[in-house]
Write a protein that binds this ligand. Structure first.
Ligand code: CU
Length: 152
């Protein structure tokens, strides 16, 4: 009986972390001379609580941040850091090219298609959500985005 209880409580703590799931995660492989890249995915919150993500980190690079692309009055695209991302209970948030993205700066080594990196998202309660994100060529990553749009 005691064993069963331990199993159940372990299961519960896994569940807490599994409230966030990623759909179509991808990080772009860049030419070796480029040390920055970006990761994209749709994140879904299956829990009953809203989750506010406040930081992102990866062992693959010196620094990573939430970023947003925006168009200035003059029609110039620029990107800036976003300090938090709200994923409402039962809803999704999409990181996609031309919109919100995970900016990854100062790669330790070039990323190769077929590999993966680990991203750790953290919320305002300091709960960490680790995810594996596959590395893809820019073309493969874009194709994935098109497929995502057709089935919506
Ligand atoms: Cu950026």
């Amino acid at each position: 009986m005691r064993n069963l209880l331990i199993c159940l409580s372990l299961f519960c703590s896994f569940n807490a972390v599994a409230e966030l799931t990623l759909e179509s995660p991808r990080v772009r492989a860049m030419p070796p001379s480029v040390s920055n890249t970006a990761a994209f995915f749709t994140i879904h919150n299956s829990g009953k609580q809203d989750i506010r993500l406040t930081s992102v980190s990866t062992s693959a690079a010196t620094k990573s941040e939430f970023h947003q692309h925006s168009m200035s009055d003059l029609g110039v695209m620029s990107m800036s850091q976003v300090h938090f991302i709200d994923v409402k209970a039962g809803q999704s948030f999409e990181f996609k090219s031309g919109g919100h993205h995970i900016m990854i700066m100062g790669l330790n080594k070039p990323l190769r298609p077929g590999g993966h990196i680990q991203l750790i998202l953290q919320d305002n309660n300091k709960t960490q959500y680790p995810f594996e994100v596959p590395v893809m060529s820019i073309m493969a990553a874009q194709k994935m985005e098109k497929n995502e749009h057709t089935h919506h």
